[in-house]
Design a protein. Structure first.
Length: 348
């Protein structure tokens, strides 16, 4: 079968417009000749209208949609991309072919969308587009996931969001799936988004999704981090997002960053006015190596470096296993008396 270009794929989807809407815009409902929903990201509501019947092209064509509240408009390929959080058009086209039960053609670099040029896969621009597609964390399945990890205080977590149907792709030629995901913005020292991190989770928030790996990062990561709180002169830095969020349960007002891995932790950039750095160590050889490298760099920069060590593998294991009060007691004896009064009195 010959390759279908974007226009041909859109026309085929338009012939099944109602089925497409029921599948990808499941929070909406049929209203006469239209499918009505909150927006193209499948939010409940009534401001977006998808035409279900009409001519194959031109004004009022089947499959065309308009969001009355934002002025956004497009076709059913846009619906698939936005609803599933797909960044590359190759992925959108593949999902459209899967829905239409069409054979998978050979790659064609000439296949492009006119509405927007696809961002390079894994690039900083792709990360920024994914971030724009995501939703607030509070009230989402991602919040439920964090709560079952013992993380209830989510103040100051503006750099964490949620996507209900984030695209996951296996390495090589493996299958593609969509799962809910916690999305974290990776930023530089000026707050500019340079990357994104995805943690895919179960649909009920009970744990990570049954995919491997359940976490992936994209964009420019080296030196940058997921930032929680505004840094002044004191900062805590660690690897995993859940590890840092666990520490924040006992040190709610202390600014913290998650570097996402031991290698990236060793390379984080220091804010200009930093005078004390708490290195949140994971209890493994990679964590020891990151700690040693970061201590050396901090000393060279004239920054006081203090290591915070968990009882188990990391601070989230400590929080889940021993509870918040035990975690707070453990932290209290590892930080300076000045920071006990400054930060621990603000924790819930």
């Amino acid at each position: 079968m010959a390759r279908l270009n974007a226009s041909e794929l859109a026309h085929r989807l338009a012939r099944q417009a109602e089925a497409v809407c029921r599948h990808y815009l499941s929070n909406g409902r049929k209203q006469g000749k239209y499918w009505q929903v909150g927006d193209v990201r499948n939010t409940p509501g009534r401001s977006m209208f998808v035409r279900l019947t009409g001519p194959e092209s031109g004004k009022g064509a089947a499959g065309k949609w308009t969001d009355a509240s934002t002025g956004e408009h497009g076709d059913l390929l846009d619906v698939i991309g936005e609803a599933l959080g797909l960044i590359d058009f190759a992925d959108i086209a593949e999902e459209a072919r899967r829905f239409l039960s069409l054979p998978h053609p050979e790659p064609d670099p000439q296949c492009r969308r006119s509405r927007t040029q696809p961002a390079p896969s894994g690039s900083s621009e792709a990360a920024r587009r994914l971030w724009r597609m995501s939703r607030p964390l509070i009230g989402s399945v991602a919040e439920a996931y964090l709560r079952q990890r013992g993380i209830a205080d989510l103040r100051g977590t503006a750099n964490l969001r949620f996507h209900p149907t984030c695209y996951w792709r296996a390495e090589g030629d493996g299958p593609t799936e969509s799962w809910p995901a916690m999305i974290a913005a990776v930023t530089d020292l000026d707050g500019r988004i340079t990357g994104a991190h995805r943690t895919w989770i179960q649909r009920d928030g009970s744990g990570k999704a049954p995919v491997y790996p359940p976490r992936k990062a994209m964009g420019d990561l080296l030196g940058n981090a997921v930032r929680l709180g505004e840094v002044q002169d004191v900062l805590a830095a660690g690897e995993g997002i859940e590890t840092i969020l666990s520490l924040r349960q006992g040190l709610g007002a202390m600014p913290m960053v998650s570097a996402l891995s031991a290698g990236h932790l060793a390379a984080i950039l220091f804010p200009p006015h930093l005078r004390r750095l708490y290195i949140v160590r994971d209890n493994d050889p990679a964590g020891d190596g990151a700690r040693d490298s970061l201590v050396d760099r901090a000393i060279e920069a004239g920054i006081e470096a203090i290591t915070l060590s968990p009882m188990l593998g990391d601070f989230n294991e400590d929080l889940v296993s021993f509870g918040l009060e035990a975690l707070r007691a453990q932290i209290r004896v590892q930080i300076t008396p000045e920071d006990v009064s400054r930060f621990m009195s603000c924790a819930p």
